[in-house]
Design a protein around this ligand. Sequence first.
Ligand SMILES: [Ca+2]
Ligand SMILES: [Ca+2]
Length: 290
Amino acid sequence: MKRILTGLWFIVYSLIYAQSHQFHFCNSNFVDISSTGTALQLTNDGTAAIQIPFNFVFGNASSDRLLVSNNGVVLFGVTSGFVSPANGTLGPMDPEGFYVLWDDYSDAGGGVYWQVDGTAPNRRVIIQWHRMRFTDTSVPGDVSFELILEETTNNIYYIYYDLDTGNANYDDGASATIGLICCGSSSELATPVPGIQCILYAPVSTAVGSEVTRFSVSLYPNPSENTLFYESKDPVRQVKIWNTEGKLLYDAKSDSHRGFLEINALKNGIYYIQFILDNGVILTRRFIKS
Ligand SMILES: [Ca+2]
Ligand SMILES: [Ca+2]
């Protein structure tokens, strides 16, 4: 009976995790749509639901609905919601979407625009935060950046045009959260990221655990009964485990690319494991104790 249950868990897990994303830095290819795009007229902390002309595939879901937030975030597959001005560390329980430059902006800047270009099946949706002012009025400068979602490839680009604010606490995303939440996992960059121009998240249609790419951690076996192994391309500095209620169960330093955890003491169920890499990148993954 136990073997059958384990097998069942694995099938469910494989479906949920059929697609992950490979992270790449890329060169800026910023497209300014501030004079051609549709203004979303977002208020401070406001959001707008948009319907795009194609279904975007994100993880195992496909949707033409996006919720654009004034605070530098786009949530996937929803038509309402709130993106807090108090940005923090991403967790897999946060809503799925694109945390391009999550921070607290006001509505005193240039505004948020969106536009579709190209022809099917190679269209792309561009969402631009144009000359955004911070709610903190002691910041003299503004920032401009955009999100591009490509049809067919389902590639995700975060493109940064201007992250110079005149305040070192805000420059290069120092005060912001940059990352992605998809399919029960999150990945987040350490900020500030001096000189950052472009991030590409390219979908990888293989189960998590089978690939080790830049800024990724493989976990195996998953589900796991006794020993959970991990392997990262970058050295891991710290490992934490939470249960689904957000209670921290384990917190230990690491000094290696790979290691293992004895998890027999955990009750069967779903847990979150977070890896803080040597370069400050934070990756959160979900695993199942069976
Ligand atoms: Ca705000
Ligand atoms: Ca600026």
